[in-house]
Design a protein around this ligand. Structure first.
Ligand code: HEC
Length: 157
């Protein structure tokens, strides 16, 4: 009595194996596509008390570009910014050169975005060697039209 070898049944048919591989790869690609589209994962994971970011100032450049810098000096006077920002010195950084310095203060910030943030969210970044004394209610006090005229003017100082 000779023993019959058991019939060779492949554990998985090649088609099922192929189908499985395609599924796994497909899901893998979809997974990473979704992950990489979540806007700024890192940012989502930062604690909520960090309210300011370049995203926070999205769209500011366009509004500043459309503003009227010739009306900015009056806004600066109206809200008494000059009490602390004098031409060359003061409690706050000098007015002279403010536009040029604004472009260099924070990575990933345009000068306009930085100045906007400095006014509406002054606690977001404290200029080294200065005290954190700017009041943080300017967004409520200064209407948008005045705000953007002011920023357009400050950029030219
Ligand atoms: C009570 C004093 C005070 C007043 C009033 C004030 N600031 Fe400031 N400001 C400061 C100080 C101090 C700093 C630097 C510390 C900091 O970053 O908050 C500063 C920083 C800034 C900066 C960033 C400057 C830089 O070189 O990086 C801008 C822009 C600015 N202020 C604009 C304004 C405008 C516009 C107003 C009026 C609407 C105003 N400030 C009113 C004290 C003041």
């Amino acid at each position: 009595m000779s023993e019959q070898p058991p019939p060779q049944v492949p554990r998985f048919s090649p088609f099922i194996t192929l189908f499985g591989a395609v599924l796994v790869i497909g899901f893998g690609i979809a997974f990473f596509a979704v992950l990489s589209n979540v806007p700024n994962l890192q940012q989502l994971m930062t604690p909520v008390f960090v309210t300011a970011s370049p995203q926070f100032t999205d769209g500011i450049e366009a509004q500043v570009a459309a503003a009227d810098p010739s009306k900015g000096a009056a806004v600066f006077e109206k809200y008494a910014c000059a009490a602390c920002h004098r031409a060359e010195s003061g409690v706050g950084p000098a007015l002279t050169g403010m536009g040029a310095r604004a472009a260099t203060r924070r990575p990933n910030y345009s000068a306009a975005a930085y100045i906007y943030e400095s006014i509406v969210e002054p606690n977001a970044f404290i200029v080294p060697d200065y005290a954190n004394v700017m009041v943080s209610n300017y967004k409520a006090k200064i209407p948008d039209v005045e705000m953007f005229n002011l920023i357009a003017w400050l950029l030219r100082q």
